[in-house]
Design a protein around this ligand. Structure first.
Ligand code: SF4
Length: 334
């Protein structure tokens, strides 16, 4: 039934010529003919105006541990209603969710208000916008964030960060936490493997760091970005632009979609962590079991603060927001 679907005109676009419009939301800057959609499959030219065509169209919905996003320093241990749209503005060759991000698939409709109601009904403390690329679902995320805040719920986004500056700044005001995926510090990598560019991603990460709780995911792909020099350059950028207290998650690559190289050797992940641990306080290993790299320790005294097993988390070393051993104030939001 489509009766309750909303026609929502998109933000961030302008008319060009011959009924075409240019979308100003992300750096793809699609020029879209009447009746067509942009690269992300979420925005459509209807009669010379751009519409948020996937507004309220959910491709997947589940209650997930917040650690699965991964977000480790914002309400550890919470289970959060999570959802996302059927589309993405990048074309990563190794996409792990290509069935719902690149292929067109069935969705179901939920208004922003109904999504917030659903979260509250499941005792979820917030909503996570995730799975594909939620920030080009911009208008729905904005409205859902507002509906969630009205109920005292928080908002979390897991994003590729490939946005123009103004919409990134605007959406930052509605979010409480985010994980931005910095896939490489090489613009060539972004162009060749993702169909995007590096600089807008770094800009979004820096904007989010100013306004909300930020964590970074960095997928290590063998022979493409897991060398010691590449890891050191990435760590240097994080240190100089986001600060040493920004949690970084090195994630293990597995072959997916159009990439068939074997998985990242685990010793490459351990080496990356060793390099990053010299300069950053909180470095984690993800998408890999049995080699550690998931607990949080106090950067001052080494006391165990959060114990993690799989996606479960137990806060064991904090009292009144401080390390219960040395008293260092913790950046973890509880
Ligand atoms: S948000 Fe979508 S339609 Fe707009 S420029 Fe990016 S890919 Fe194109």
């Amino acid at each position: 039934m489509n009766l309750n679907r909303q026609e929502v005109e998109a933000s961030y676009w302008h008319a060009v010529s011959d009924g075409r419009v240019e979308c100003d939301l992300c750096p793809q800057r699609c020029v879209i003919c009447d009746g067509d959609r942009g690269e992300c499959n979420l925005r459509e030219n209807r009669g010379g105006s751009l519409y948020a065509a996937a507004y309220g169209e959910l491709v997947s919905t589940a209650i997930d541990p917040i650690e699965k996003k991964p977000i480790y320093h914002f309400h550890p241990g919470d289970y959060v209603l999570s959802t996302g749209p059927n589309g993405c503005n990048l074309r990563c060759r190794g996409c792990q969710n290509f069935q719902i991000s690149q292929d067109k698939t069935a969705t179901h409709y939920l208004s922003a208000e109904a999504l917030a109601q659903l979260a509250a009904a499941h005792d979820s403390p917030g909503i996570a916008y995730t799975y594909t690329e939620p920030l080009v679902w911009w208008e729905y995320v904005r409205d859902s964030c507002l509906a969630a805040r009205d109920r005292g719920l928080y908002n979390v986004a897991v994003t590729n960060g490939f946005l123009e500056e103004e919409p990134a700044r605007e959406i930052a005001a509605y979010l409480d936490a985010a994980n931005v995926d910095i896939k490489s510090l090489s613009d060539e990598f972004y162009r060749d493997y993702c169909g995007g560019r590096l600089e807008p991603v770094l800009r979004t990460a820096a904007i989010f760091k100013e306004h909300l709780h930020l964590e970074i995911t960095h997928l290590l792909v063998p022979d493409l970005n897991d060398g010691e020099d590449e890891v050191a350059a990435f760590v240097k950028w994080v240190l100089e632009n986001l600060g040493r207290d920004t949690p970084v998650h090195f994630s293990r690559y597995f072959p997916h979609f159009k990439m068939d190289a074997p998985p990242t050797p685990t010793h490459h992940l351990l080496r990356a962590k060793e390099i990053a641990d010299r300069d950053l306080y909180y470095v984690y290993l993800g998408n890999v079991a049995g080699i550690g790299g998931t607990d949080t320790s106090c950067p001052q005294c080494g006391n165990l603060l959060v114990n993690r097993r799989g996606y479960s988390a137990e806060v064991v070393g904090l009292k009144d927001g401080k390390c219960n051993n040395c008293g260092r104030p913790s950046e973890i939001v509880l």
